[in-house]
Design a protein around this ligand. Structure first.
Ligand code: SF4
Length: 56
C-alpha cells in the first residue's frame, strides 16, 4: 500500500532525495507513484508539513 501526499504539501522538496526508490515526482504539490512506492515511510518521517500519510 503506497503512501500518498496530501494538499498539505508545500512542495518544499525535502522528501524527494530521501525516497530509496525514487517514487516521488515534483509538481505544484508532489506526487508518489503508487506502483513504485515500497511503503517504507521514509518520506512521511521527513516531511515538515506532515503532508504524507499511509494510503488506504
Ligand atoms: Fe518512497 Fe518510502 Fe515514501 Fe514510498 S514511503 S514514496 S518508497 S520514501
Amino acid at each position: 500500500m503506497a503512501y500518498v501526499i496530501t494538499d498539505s504539501c508545500v512542495a518544499c522538496g525535502t522528501c524527494l532525495p530521501e525516497c530509496p526508490v525514487s517514487a516521488i515526482s515534483e509538481g505544484e504539490i508532489y506526487h508518489i507513484d503508487p506502483d513504485t512506492c515500497i511503503d517504507c515511510g521514509t518520506c512521511a518521517s521527513v516531511c515538515p508539513s506532515e503532508a504524507i500519510i499511509p494510503g488506504e
